[in-house]
Write a protein that binds this ligand. Structure first.
Ligand code: GA4
Length: 328
């Protein structure tokens, strides 16, 4: 059973070379750009320290989130149904995926989100809005920096080739607060699928920035398909390469497949910023990265990719539909 073997895996990952450690990037070190490139090539994932996001923004949003998720279900449901933004419980996406999770999905680009919350929170809605805004602004800034370091590390000109897509006023970015309540069923011999907090998937966007409390659950796959547990660290961020960055680097970076397992006794809370391009943006390998070689992918806009992604199940290989079949 996946969950029962987890502590053993965590132990192994930190003491043997069987499961390598998650790459650790110190943003304050000047030579990090090469390490970030290596991490994106080998894992599509890394842990970030000295990130510069004020702790106050993190703790304030965490406490606002706890306030929200502590409300009675009937209150929280007033912020639903998902359209695709708002409050969601157990159901993930439109195609039948479920997980032991409740969440809030917000767009980062307009204020429409908060109308749903003002009816629940009343005056506190403004506190919630400002906590999300401060946090997202700081995390966005950090995401721009990472993308510029990546461009530098890959010798791409201009260095804002990736970051400008997130900075664009029309950037289609999403913010998600996930609450994984303790799952008592784990002790009652339920099937494996009942133990999943959030099923395995890759993120469709360019880059995702995740922060969680100190409760474990996140796992990523390695290139060989093995799963490793990512030890939680509430003071750090975890960065995922998304499908769009995989395409823009013509497959040099890999979007990381990840999932969250439910915990039998503790609540896990995570906050994730998904940095996406404007809907009309053409997603294609940067010419300096293909150097005359063919693109591995058919041409598509972010709108087309997103539309197609919303027809898939979480675990599907969404990029597969856009890969060019190698000529024989
Ligand atoms: C995965 C990344 C983000 O959480 C998300 C998810 C979205 C959703 O929860 O509505 C999707 C999923 C995510 C990819 C495939 C589709 C869409 C659920 C799903 C089955 C908000 C996103 O952008 O794509």
């Amino acid at each position: 059973m996946v969950v029962l073997s987890k502590p053993a895996m965590e132990h192994l990952s930190s003491t043997t070379t069987l499961f390598p450690e998650v790459p650790l990037i110190d943003l304050s070190k000047p030579d990090s750009k090469h390490l970030i490139v290596k991490a994106c090539e080998e894992f599509g994932f890394f842990k970030l320290i000295n990130h510069g996001v004020p702790t106050e923004f993190i703790t304030r949003l965490e406490s606002e989130s706890i306030n929200f998720f502590s409300l009675p279900l009937s209150e929280k449901e007033k912020a639903g149904p998902l359209d695709p933004f708002g409050y969601g419980n157990k159901k993930i996406g439109p195609n039948g995926d479920v997980g032991w999770v409740e969440y809030i999905l917000l767009t980062t680009s307009n204020e429409a989100n908060y109308q749903k919350f003002s009816s629940i929170f009343g005056e506190a809605a403004e506190k919630f809005r400002s906590a999300v805004n401060d946090y997202v602004l700081a995390v966005k800034k950090m995401a721009y920096e990472i993308l510029e370091m990546l461009a530098d590390g890959l010798k791409i000109q201009p260095r804002n080739a990736f970051s400008k897509l997130l900075m664009d006023e029309e950037s289609d970015s999403v913010f998600r607060l996930n609450h994984y309540p303790p799952c008592p069923k784990i002790h009652q011999g339920m099937t494996d699928s009942d133990l999943i907090g959030f099923g395995e998937h890759t993120d469709p966007q360019i880059i995702s920035v995740l922060r969680s409390n100190n409760i474990s659950g996140l796992q990523i796959t390695l290139k060989d398909g093995n799963w490793i547990s990512v030890p939680p660290d509430q003071t750090s961020f975890f960065i995922n390469v998304g499908d769009s960055l995989q395409v823009m680097t013509n497959g040099r970076f890999k979007s990381v497949r990840h999932r969250v397992l439910a915990n039998s006794s503790k609540s896990r809370l995570s906050m994730i910023y998904f940095g996406g391009p404007p809907l009309s943006e053409k997603i294609a390998p940067l010419p300096s990265l293909t150097k005359g070689a063919d693109s591995l992918y058919k041409e598509f806009t972010w709108y087309e990719y997103k539309k197609s992604a919303y027809k898939t199940r979480l675990a599907d290989n969404r990029l597969g539909l856009f890969e060019k079949i190698a000529a024989s």
